[in-house]
Design a protein around this ligand. Sequence first.
Ligand code: COA
Length: 200
Amino acid sequence: MTALRKATVALTTEAVPFAIRAERASDVAAREALLDASFGENRQARTCQRIRDGRAPAEGLAFTAVHRGRVVGTVRLWHVSAGGIPALVLGPLAVDGPYRKFGIGAALMKHAVAAAKARGHGAVVLLGDAPYYARFGFSPLKTGELSLPGPFERDRLLGLELREGALDGAWGMIVPTGMTASRPRPRVSEKARQLSPQAA
Ligand SMILES: CC(C)(COP(=O)(O)OP(=O)(O)OC[C@H]1O[C@@H](n2cnc3c(N)ncnc32)[C@H](O)[C@@H]1OP(=O)(O)O)[C@@H](O)C(=O)NCCC(=O)NCCS
């Protein structure tokens, strides 16, 4: 693993050289298309989306995998209260179809978890397939008494402590606590700007 710039990590597999960097505003269209392709266009109806509605990801914890400048993977983390315990929810994690099985998903997971730990967060929870996430240390051991605001499969609610004991006694609803996402400013046309009175 070689650091290219401070915020970019280059990783090379035999077949697909890729890099992981902080998400940029210009990634939005490609990221949303990738998520639609990975989870279907009704993905907004999923229970985990209720954690993200109207919120911004946790600061410094949204990452993009790129291959020759193209967005091929994404992962984001979100501030929550897990029954009163400050934690992060991870997701969605997705890698573009043709780029799967090259280790990009694992690299995104390791990068995101390490970054969360470096920022002092105590725990990460997610809703996902245990056979995939177990390899990164996630388990249902301490999430059995937690709930999500909507239907979910109990055996898919997994947790990872970044600080030992951070999820001890976790009980109750997982609710969002992150910053409200800023809305894009309405564009004011040049003509409207010329017609509007100037502020004194
Ligand atoms: C899950 C996903 C992010 C993995 O990305 P990736 O870049 O292929 O991941 P990696 O290359 O690090 O790992 C691939 C391995 O994970 C396995 N894997 C992928 N999804 C899995 C799952 N749901 N359960 C168990 N194993 C899984 C693959 O079979 C492969 O196994 P192998 O190494 O033995 O061949 C990608 O398949 C994806 O975007 N899927 C659609 C969206 C999704 O399901 N996201 C996760 C939400 S639960």
